[in-house]
Design a protein around this ligand. Structure first.
Ligand SMILES: C[S@@+](CC[C@H](N)C(=O)[O-])C[C@H]1O[C@@H](n2cnc3c(N)ncnc32)[C@H](O)[C@@H]1O
Length: 277
């Protein structure tokens, strides 16, 4: 049953000219029920020293995330052409290291990337610096006011999961609707409770010639909150997030007058496209 669904998803993606991964990945990644990197055992046990989110992860993020990143530049252009709407100005919310900003800059008139994290912003500024038609802005997706509207907005790679509540999610959606042209597109992906439940108590190991680190997952089904610790030999990053199911996302979008036009994905990661009515 699951392999039939996976096959149908692959066919759908191929038909719509989408592809995984978004960038070539050089490292290996695997999930285990116990920590397999001995050099991380002390940090795992003591939870010390504490690092800020993305303080160590940022430079390795693209390679690590390239394992599952969707080609949103292709997807947005496909959607825009299918719906006959422009794709000149695009906003990348929670733009991370700016990889997507760079790819979009080659195909759009203007691209703005927004993120709150100083380590990610530094990399995004350096990546986007190669393109004159981009701006990288420090800001919070829960309250942003850029003073301009966009043809499309993207919030990629489960960035929305960083909200702390349904209210915050609704606020993000309102900000998005406020910055979208009428008929404009919003695309995103989220991780739901199915993903959080499967990885709960497990370690995701990442190994490349440059680095070894591991993510330790903890999920509280009562609160729907995820605590992920990213373990490096010299410290641990804490990432606090919320699992978001289809219903939560579409309700928040509906409250901001964003209409669902497509959804797809696995039981874990779910992709959505909305338009502003
Ligand atoms: C998993 S990364 C995804 C980065 C990028 N979208 C990508 O696809 O590679 C999550 C990003 O969300 C950002 N983020 C988390 N909370 C945020 C907030 N409240 N406002 C803006 N960005 C936020 C983080 O700094 C990080 O860059």
């Amino acid at each position: 049953m699951i392999s039939r669904l996976a096959k149908r998803l692959r066919l759908w993606l191929a038909r719509h000219r989408l592809a995984f991964p978004g960038s070539p990945a050089v490292g290996r990644i695997w999930l285990g029920s116990r920590l397999q990197f001995d050099e991380l055992a002390t940090v795992d046990a003591t939870n010390e020293p504490r690092l800020a989110p993305y303080q160590r992860l940022a430079p390795f993020y693209d390679d690590y995330a390239g394992h599952w990143c969707l080609r949103y530049d292709n997807y947005l252009l496909y959607l825009a052409s299918a719906r006959n709407v422009p794709q000149a100005r695009v906003l990348d919310l929670s733009c991370g290291t700016g990889g997507l900003v760079g790819r979009l800059a080659q195909r759009c008139e203007r691209v703005v990337g927004l993120d709150t994290n100083p380590y990610m912003l530094a990399l995004a500024r350096s990546a986007a610096g190669a393109y004159e038609n981009t701006s990288i802005v420090a800001g919070d997706i829960r309250q942003f006011a850029l003073g301009e509207r966009f043809d499309a907005i993207v919030c990629a790679s489960d960035s929305l999961n960083y909200v702390a509540s349904d209210d915050e999610l609704a606020r993000v959606m309102q900000g998005i609707a406020h910055h979208l042209e009428s008929g404009g597109l919003f695309v995103c992906d989220v991780l739901g409770r199915a993903f959080s439940s499967v990885v709960n108590g497990h370690y995701l190991h990442y190994e490349s010639p440059a680095v070894r680190f591991a993510l330790a997952f903890e999920f509280d089904p009562e609160t729907g909150r995820d605590s992920t610790r990213v373990l490096f030999p010299d410290g641990v990053e804490h990432h606090e997030r919320m699992a978001i199911n289809d219903h939560q996302l579409t309700e928040a979008a509906r409250s901001a007058n964003l209409q669902l036009i497509a959804s797809f994905g696995s039981m874990g990661r779910r992709y959505f496209a909305f338009t502003r009515t």
